[in-house]
Design a protein around this ligand. Sequence first.
Ligand SMILES: Nc1nc2c(ncn2[C@@H]2O[C@H](COP(=O)(O)OP(=O)(O)OP(=O)(O)O)[C@@H](O)[C@H]2O)c(=O)[nH]1
Ligand SMILES: [Mg+2]
Length: 292
Amino acid sequence: MMEHRAGYVNIIGKPNVGKSTLLNALLGENLVIVNAKAQTTRHRILGILNGDEHQLILSDTPGILEPAYKLQESMMQAVDEALKDADVLLVMVEIGDRPATSEGLVARARRYKGPMVVLVNKVDQGDGRQLEEAVEQWHATFPGAEVLPISALHGLHIGLLRTKLIRMLPEHPPYFPKDDLSDRDVRFFISEIIREKILRLYKQEIPYSCQVVVNSYEESPELVKVQADVVVMREGQKGILIGKGGGALRQLGVEARKAIERFISNKVFLDLKVRVDENWRGDDRKLRQYGY
Ligand SMILES: Nc1nc2c(ncn2[C@@H]2O[C@H](COP(=O)(O)OP(=O)(O)OP(=O)(O)O)[C@@H](O)[C@H]2O)c(=O)[nH]1
Ligand SMILES: [Mg+2]
């Protein structure tokens, strides 16, 4: 009998380098949210790739930064968790990144002692000379690691990477039921989809001040009813979220509903409300209550 392989492949990197795009590309599903703005991912989220003889557990993490408030501290704890249970660590950088300008990332990756692959992403955005320099410098910084150029967005070397990662997994029985795609439930992904639309539709500090809570999810064969709150930090932000005559909130509701319908392949009725929870992202108790 073939031995079963299973393990955790954890992705770390600076904000916006393409970690979540890579998780989706390796899974072949649009599971986690992706956005052109930095700090899209706030949690550690698992995406599970199942085969008859393997279970590859990918872990997405928030981008590494110097925390300026409590929410960001919790985001960095999620990164540190990922360093502890990795069977393989994927250190992801962009083609223009160099070790000298990636201190937080390099320091964390150096604490990790297991197998590591450095992924130089967004190679579609650079030229050959730039890539050569990046590979050389990352190889010098992590001599034990393979350095692989990829484009998560365009699928370059993704199949190769998937095969390589499955081979690197230790022999182990599955950690999760073989039909699980994630450790998170549908309510979590719905709140993430709404947050991604907020990132897309609102400017400046607004997306960073918002939290989305799904209060109810009622499923029937022909319609799913969802009630969710967008939680902001201050009264003024509530006004911006709602917009003139409620126009901005209406647009958010329509776009989020369409994206949720695609995600769950069903018709959705979405009831969105905005409420203020004074300085929620700076308060430990409130953060715990919101699942951080
Ligand atoms: N040109 C190019 N863009 C990419 C590539 N991979 C990802 N992107 C883009 O980079 C942006 C950030 O992607 P994400 O996957 O959200 O990045 P992330 O590292 O998860 O970001 P955080 O969650 O904020 O830390 C998005 O606009 C992606 O479309 C790539 O290979 N080439
Ligand atoms: Mg992300």
